[in-house]
Every structure is written in C-alpha cells, then in structure tokens.
Design a protein around this ligand. Structure first.
Ligand SMILES: [Zn+2]
Length: 253
C-alpha cells in the first residue's frame, strides 16, 4: 500500500486517517554543494530517507510530497541555488500545518535534510502547535563528520558525499572532490558552528571560494550504506517515540 498521502482520494482520507495517524513532511533544499554533488543533495536526502523510514515503520504514518525550495540563502552567491526567504518558508510550513489540522491526523513531523532550515522549523513547531493544537516534531537527517574534518563536515563533506553515493551514485563526481576545512576555527572553544556557547552568522563562501565545508575526498560507498541503514533505523525508532510522546501523562491526542 502506498504511504503517500496524496495518493488517497479526498473522501477516503477522512475514513483512513485517525487521531493516531502521523503525517511526515520532507523538507529539502536546492543549493550549491560543490563540484562533486548535485544541487538536489538535501532534497534527495530528505525525500529518500523519509520514504525509507515511513515504509519501514509499522505505524500509521503518511508522507506528503517534499518541499524542494527552502531557506538556503547562505548559498545565494552560487548560481543554481534556488531559495525562498524565511518569511515565505515560515508562512508555507505554517499554512501546511493549517491544512493538516483539517484532517483527522493530530501529528505533523518535519523530516529535514538541510541544516539552514533547522532554526526556522523549530520556531514553526511552536507556531503551528499554538494555532492548531497539532503535535509537532522536527527530525533531521544528520551525517557524522569524517576524521579529517576537525568537526567541520557540515556541507558537501565526507558524510553527505558518502550518503549520496549510497542513494544516487550516478550523481556523484568523485574526481571533482576537494578538501575545504576551516582548520583555524578548531581552537575556538566559545565561538562554534552549532551547539557551542556562542553562535555566529555566516554564508557558505565565508570559508572559501568552493562553498564546501568538509572533506569529501574520504567519502566511500561502504560508509554511505552504513549511514543509510543507521539513518533509517534511527528514524523508525524516532517515529515510535513520537507516537508514544505526550506533553502530560495521559493526555489525549
Ligand atoms: Zn547538504
């Protein structure tokens, strides 16, 4: 049976979905990923991983078609990046929330493939919950940094390139890979990319002309396949917890 929500006829939706149903919106991006990866890298990750996770889950989970164009303005200097501003994306996801609230389902999950969307989607979780009462969650595809990346494998690097080798090997150009890691930032303990005490603003060509932040030269298919299997298993476990999560004990959906 198809798990794509939009394959259902409209009237069947009302009798097929229940309050227990979970709706997943894949959120990708179209953006420059260096000379070795396609512009659609984050869209492929969001679309392919979420589909595999939903198909592997025993729960009543349904997929929406993916959002391709999102907030990838940190790559706006690179032709081929196709982005929408934060106001447009916020309004889009909030109004998708309004539409989902009109169905019997009470849970909306973003499955995000692009780091630049995370802060905005976290704000949207509360906005949609406040407006509609839906239970809202954000899951993100994540790739570990490679050993030669000093923790900076955040864009087009080892993990992301390995994963696309597993998902779409026809779109990876390994002869074009080049290491581009901001090694000088490793000494900073307070000011860090993510999760440190001090965050900073950046666009991707702040770190070098290629726009890549990471080391794709170490990417390989075996790690990509292992990462794919681990991502699907983690996503299935996350959906299981989401289905059982209640903000207060015994709360009704
Ligand atoms: Zn990416």
């Amino acid at each position: 049976m198809s798990r794509l929500l939009t394959d259902l006829p409209g009237p069947a939706l009302a009798t097929t979905l229940t309050a227990e149903s979970i709706i997943v919106l894949p959120v990708g991006s179209i953006e420059h990923h260096g000379p070795h990866l396609p512009l659609s890298t984050d869209l492929i990750m969001a679309d392919e991983l979420s589909r595999r996770i939903v198909e592997a889950s025993p729960l009543d989970v349904w997929l929406l078609p993916p959002l391709a164009f999102t907030k990838s303005d940190e790559h706006d200097w690179a032709p081929g990046t196709v982005w929408i501003g934060w106001e447009t994306l916020m309004r889009t996801v909030v109004e998708i929330g309004d539409s989902i609230a009109a169905t019997p389902a009470r849970t909306l999950v973003f499955y995000n493939g692009h780091g630049g969307n995370i802060a905005l989607l976290q704000v949207a979780l509360r906005e949609i919950r406040r407006r509609t009462g839906l239970r809202t969650f954000l899951m993100s595809a994540s790739v570990p940094a490679g050993e030669t990346e000093a923790g900076f494998g955040i864009h087009g690097g080892h993990g992301e390139t390995s994963l696309i080798m597993a998902l779409r090997p026809d779109l990876v150009h390994l002869t074009m890979t080049e290491r581009w890691v901001p090694d000088h930032l490793a000494e900073f303990e307070q000011v860090k990319f993510n999760g440190g005490p001090v965050a900073f603003g950046w666009v991707s060509n702040d770190f070098g002309p290629s726009g890549v932040v990471g080391d794709p030269t170490t990417a390989n298919l075996a790690e990509g396949e292992a990462l794919l299997a681990a991502s699907v298993a983690q996503g299935v476990a996350a959906l299981d917890e989401i289905s059982r999560f209640r903000h207060s004990p015994g709360a009704q959906l």
